[in-house]
Write a protein that binds this ligand. Structure first.
Ligand SMILES: NC(=O)C1=CN([C@@H]2O[C@H](COP(=O)(O)OP(=O)(O)OC[C@H]3O[C@@H](n4cnc5c(N)ncnc54)[C@H](O)[C@@H]3O)[C@@H](O)[C@H]2O)C=CC1
Ligand SMILES: N[C@@H](CC=O)C(=O)O
Ligand code: NA
Length: 432
């Protein structure tokens, strides 16, 4: 295999689930990577939090340091991989690396969704790459297609399952009847969950990914603070059973939409019921899938492993090879295109449907009163199912599409009604 050029020096920041796999590929596939890049990729240093630990990596121990700041300040690095995660010290380390002339590859969606503009501006200033394919949907190539392949088209909607941990939990609860805590512990053991799994189960991780997807898809800036977020901790076995009864499954979805009439975007994350015949319904385990709708291409679907050390390392290595080729050419690759700043619409404006289960008194006029609560908020009912339960009854109402504000006002009204003993489940319905 031909390997021209002097080695490119690569530093790795963080050697956990993803970092360990990155090192494994860099060391075991070195010759092929060198041939693809046109120069060997030489590991120049690995920053870890705690030194002196046994590690499952085959590298010269002298390359390991606990001083990440000194490593990125060396000035002779070509490429830096940041897989520490979190805001600091990752942000400072990336900025220092760019300032000292290295291109950066990161998997850090939390940081990019919080403070991407500062980092992209630094990459542009120092004429270096800042790539982050691993940050959204792990191994699935989704950011490069949005940034490059679809750059000539107009993307109007992105909807996906972008968090492996929550998909794993919901799938296990649905298919095996596993409890929430048990399924979460399995996801953690398999290396899918974030260091603090609150980021997964409360939807912060998916919200960060939604912000990155919306920014790239709609050529604007959307930060995590702009994304409406609901986690899966409130999803009960009853919700999952209700979904089954109406031919649906519960999935945590990230939805990004462009509203051309108002030139605004919506970005939101929440658990929702989707019909079993919808392609996203068959996304099992920790897999992810992202639907993209664009004007010329129509519907596109991207599917694959969204979490785990090796799949995430695949995306990191893909970016690393691209950035390395650019370093050899001496020019940065395609950067972020955010030529417009679109307003972000509040959640209340989003158009959606609700599935509402109510425990009500089983007496004359109840159905009419409940129907009136919906109609007074301009919410049209699609189906109602009633089941008698002694002196009480359960009503299951599925609405037509309405604004989220109208739907949540309807639920508030229902909660205040004497004949409604309890609103036992409220969940959005998507995907048809
Ligand atoms: N695990 C996964 O499936 C995926 C992870 N990611 C992202 O990849 C990044 C890394 O994730 P994991 O490898 O799962 O996390 P991890 O927690 O397994 O690894 C992070 C490593 O960084 C080390 N570290 C912390 N502070 C440090 C410092 N100051 N200097 C050097 N090392 C330090 C920790 O000791 C730990 O070993 C995160 O941004 C995460 O969001 C992205 C996609 C999938
Ligand atoms: N914790 C995340 C990892 C990948 O981004 C997930 O579960 O999807
Ligand atoms: Na990806």
């Amino acid at each position: 295999m031909s390997q021209t050029g002097k080695p490119l020096k690569v530093a790795l920041l963080g050697c956990g689930v993803v970092g360990t796999e990155v090192v494994r590929i860099l060391t075991t596939r070195a010759d092929d990577l060198a041939a693809r890049v046109g120069a060997p990729l030489e590991i120049a240093g690995i920053a870890v939090r705690r030194g002196g630990r046994e590690r499952d990596i085959a590298v010269d121990p002298s390359l390991i340091t606990t001083d990440a700041q000194a490593l990125v300040s060396r000035g002779d690095l070509d490429l830096v991989i940041e897989v520490i995660g979190g805001l600091e010290p990752a942000r400072g380390l990336i900025l220092t690396a760019l300032e000292h002339g290295a291109s950066v590859v990161t998997a850090n969606k939390a940081l990019l969704a919080e403070d991407g503009p500062t980092l992209f501006a630094a990459a542009e200033k120092y004429e270096r790459d800042l790539y982050f394919e691993a940050a959204v949907a792990g191994a699935i190539p989704i950011l490069r297609p949005l940034r490059e392949s679809l750059a000539g088209d107009d993307v109007t909607r992105v909807m996906g399952i972008v968090n492996g941990t929550t998909n794993y939990i919901l799938d296990k609860m649905d298919s095996t009847g596993a409890g929430f805590d048990e399924a979460l512990a399995e996801a953690q053991a398999l290396g899918y969950a974030e260091a603090d799994p609150t980021a997964d189960i409360e939807g912060f991780d998916a919200a960060a990914k939604a912000a990155l997807l919306a920014s790239l898809a709609f050529h604007t800036r959307v930060s995590i603070a702009d994304v409406h977020r609901e986690g899966i901790t409130e999803v009960s076995a009853t919700d999952i059973a209700s979904a089954r009864e109406m031919g649906c499954v519960v999935k945590s979805l990230a939805i990004c939409e462009l509203d051309e009439a108002t030139d605004s975007v919506s970005a939101r994350v929440y658990p929702a019921m989707i019909p079993l015949n919808h392609p996203l319904a068959s996304v099992r385990d920790a897999y992810n899938a992202v639907f993209v709708e664009s004007k010329a291409a129509g519907q596109l679907m991207f599917y694959g492993r969204g979490a785990g050390g090796a799949p995430t390392a695949s995306a990191v290595l893909g970016d690393l090879v691209s950035a390395a080729r650019n370093r050899l050419k001496g020019v940065p690759g395609v950067g972020e295109s955010s030529y417009t700043q679109r307003a972000v619409r509040p959640m209340g404006d989003a158009m959606t449907r609700y599935h509402v289960s109510l425990d009500v008194a089983d007496k004359a006029g109840v159905l009419a009163a409940v129907a009136h609560a919906f109609s007074e908020h301009d919410v049209s009912i699609q189906t109602v199912r009633q089941e008698g339960r002694g002196g009480d009854a359960q009503l299951v109402v599925v609405t037509h599409t309405a604004t989220d504000a109208a739907l949540s006002a309807t639920v508030e009204t229902l909660r205040d009604m004497d004949i409604v003993r309890e609103v036992s489940s409220v969940m959005r319905v998507e995907g048809d």
